[in-house]
Design a protein around this ligand. Structure first.
Ligand SMILES: [Fe+2]
Ligand SMILES: [Fe+2]
Length: 234
């Protein structure tokens, strides 16, 4: 299989986990999360019920936003550091795609999955998310792999995972896509997002959802503490 970009690089999609630097490497972590996002997009396609499709989109949105936020705060700065000559153009392009996804997800957040425009907006978001995964797997990550050691790829992977877990859970298109602005905004946003998530669970009212409320509030506190620690380390 050759790289669809024709750039002479070995796409992450063509590589074994060992070649990617092991399960903790940023290449392996990205590849697994892209596959999970793709599975959610396919679940949307296969789901006939509108309300259920709305729930799939909500799950996909949270996962895609956390993924992208961790790229903007960890992966892209590391990429620009390793490739100062060419790092700017590609990360600027992907950040533009992330911005588009944030804007589309804001539109979808309060939209009715039965409305005529809903599916078209979802399809636009899917297209950008898939394009973004290709930019990373076929281009950005193999370029990073050429200049970073496996140890560095694993360190970037670990830092990316920490940011992904504590990231805001809702779209915030007005927040800058680069550090330090995005990292500074993340502390209060990660907390307020989780409180809103918890309020929605509470409004839904079941015992299971009340248990989820407790989990979400604990998550808010954990996110605040972890984000504050991450900022202190910068
Ligand atoms: Fe991305
Ligand atoms: Fe990615």
């Amino acid at each position: 299989m050759t790289n669809p970009r024709g750039n002479g690089l070995r796409s992450v999609a063509e590589q074994s986990e060992e070649e990617r630097g092991g399960p903790g490497s940023i290449l392996s972590r990205q590849s697994r999360d892209h596959a999970d996002l793709d599975a959610l997009m396919r679940a949307y396609d296969d789901e006939p019920d509108a309300d259920a499709r709305g729930r799939v989109v909500a799950e996909l949105a949270e996962r895609a936003l956390r993924h992208a936020f961790a790229e903007e705060t960890v992966l892209f700065p590391a990429y620009r550091q390793h490739l100062p000559e060419q790092g700017e153009e590609l990360t600027r392009h992907i950040e533009g795609d992330h911005q588009q996804v944030n804007e589309l997800l804001v539109q979808l957040q309060d939209a009715d999955p039965r409305s005529p425009d809903y599916d078209a907006t979802v399809r636009r978001a899917f297209e950008v998310i898939r394009h973004d995964a290709h930019d990373e797997e076929d281009d950005l990550l193999p370029r990073l792999q050429r200049v970073a050691t496996e140890e560095e790829l694993r360190a970037i992977g670990a830092a990316w995972e920490v940011q992904r877990r504590t990231a805001p859970t809702r779209p915030h298109p007005k927040v800058p896509r680069r550090p330090p602005g995005n990292a500074l905004a993340a502390v209060p946003l990660a907390v307020t997002d989780r409180v809103k998530d918890a309020a929605e669970h509470l409004a839904a009212g079941s015992a299971v959802r009340r248990a989820a409320l407790a989990g979400a509030l604990v998550g808010a506190v954990v996110a605040a503490v972890a984000a504050a620690r991450a900022l202190r380390r910068r």
